[in-house]
Design a protein around this ligand. Structure first.
Ligand SMILES: [Zn+2]
Length: 423
């Protein structure tokens, strides 16, 4: 959907040396602004009008009289203009009246607003590089991420932020600045800003609480990582769950007993009415047969590829996880809500892509297992049904993996929450 209109501004010779604003209002939900300027001097004569753009907060860019066709959006912008979110509110085309003849000039601004459309993006929210104890340089990581067609990567090096100032900006991959706050009694990822924490050293639960609170105050999202991991004495989360955290890493690397425990913890939080988004991350440090980038992959239904939109989609809970970048993707929907949303209806849809014969889809509510489906054919699978859930519904996909000689999690959705008055 697009909205388009043209504004005519008359420039007089008296305006010479001034900046004239051509204001326009941008509603919520706009993905891109396209502007075309045309300058017509009256009676010919000399005329130079410079052009720029102001958003509701600041001057967004300036192209002088060199460029009159402007594009601004989260993923692309005309050089001279800053890429980024399109904030709703009062914007203005800026006209710098450099030279204009005695008869003045007419300037038309053709403004086109392109509405945003959500898209599924996939990525790995937990990786390590040479900036901590990983072996991959940021350039190597970028090559790997592009090869796997991952849209985003969380740069979660331990207790350091130098990676956030060093990653390439000239890549289709969105890097989420982050830090894995790594204590001797558990780890938490701080996502979204380059500098979430000045000093990571903690001795007490109060120290942990103040670091997480400060990281959130600065704009981070906090995920508690691998809460039951036995990888080392410091890996299990032993600081409790009363802190200011947002998400739980329910799927860390290959599916194993510690992930099963995390899943049970998450399920009990959801049953208690706590809305915590479940996320996944590979925790890749180096080459390993099973700990690999994108295993698991987190899929996010985001308004754009910006860090802000990816994180807000995760926070809304429109998230599903799969075992690998090209693995099965499981989605749970209600007629009136997506994952993370609240439904008032008693019906649901399950949609699975890249299914394999023998796959088991398990639907769960606060009461435990509600329904089970067995996939008979490879390809896409869909099912509809009715439910009696009072708090939430979520879905798991279990698959036989010969290398593990057993069933492992192959995909995992976030819940659709239920309104008390569901009918
Ligand atoms: Zn960790």
């Amino acid at each position: 959907m697009e909205t388009e209109w043209t504004i005519l501004t008359e420039i007089a010779q008296d305006d010479t040396g001034r900046f004239v604003e051509v204001p326009f209002t941008v509603p919520d939900g706009i993905a891109q602004i396209r502007i075309r300027i045309a300058v017509v001097p009256n009676e010919g004569g000399p005329c130079t009008i410079d052009v720029g753009l102001r958003d509701p907060v600041r001057v967004r860019g300036w192209s002088g009289s060199a460029k009159y066709d402007l594009v601004v959006g989260p993923d692309e912008a005309t050089p001279g203009y800053a890429k980024g979110d399109i904030l709703p509110g009062q914007w203005a085309v800026l006209l710098g009246v450099y030279v204009v003849g005695r008869a003045g000039a007419n300037v038309t601004a053709e403004i086109r607003l392109v509405q945003s459309a959500r898209q599924w993006l996939k990525g790995d929210l937990h990786v390590h590089t040479v900036h901590s104890d990983g072996v991959y340089t940021l350039a190597e990581l970028d090559r790997i991420a592009r090869g796997l067609q991952l849209d985003f990567i969380g740069l979660t090096d331990h207790n350091t932020i130098s990676q956030n100032y060093s990653y390439s900006r000239e890549t289709p991959v969105t890097y989420i600045p982050a830090m894995e706050f790594t204590t001797y009694r558990g780890h938490a990822n701080l996502f979204g800003i380059a500098d979430p924490c000045d000093d990571f050293r903690v001795q007490s639960a109060d120290d942990v609480a103040s670091i997480l609170t400060e990281a959130k105050r600065r704009g981070s999202r906090v995920s508690i990582n691998h809460p039951f991991d036995e990888g080392g004495p410091s890996c299990r989360w032993q600081w409790g769950y009363d802190h200011a955290f947002d998400w739980l890493e329910v799927w860390n690397g290959p599916w194993r007993a510690s992930n099963q425990q995390s899943l049970e913890l998450w399920h009990s939080m959801l049953r208690a009415g706590r809305r915590v988004t479940g996320v996944g991350g590979s925790d890749t440090h180096r080459e390993h047969p099973y700990v690999r980038h994108g295993n698991p992959t987190t899929h996010v239904y985001a308004k754009s590829r910006t860090v802000g939109h990816i994180l807000s989609a995760i926070h809304e809970g429109c998230v599903t996880m799969s075992c690998c970048p090209d693995g099965p993707r499981l989605e749970l929907r209600a007629p009136d809500a997506t994952m993370g949303g609240t439904s008032r209806r008693r019906s649901f849809d399950i949609v699975l892509t890249a299914a394999e014969p023998g796959d088991q889809i398990v639907l769960l509510s606060e009461m435990g297992e509600v329904k089970r489906y067995t996939v008979l054919q490879s390809g896409d699978f869909a099912a509809q049904g009715e439910h009696e859930a009072k708090r939430f519904l979520r879905a798991e996909l279990w698959r036989y993996f010969p290398q593990a000689n057993g069933q492992l999690m192959a995909a995992l959705t976030n819940p659709v929450f239920m309104h008390e008055a569901a009918t």
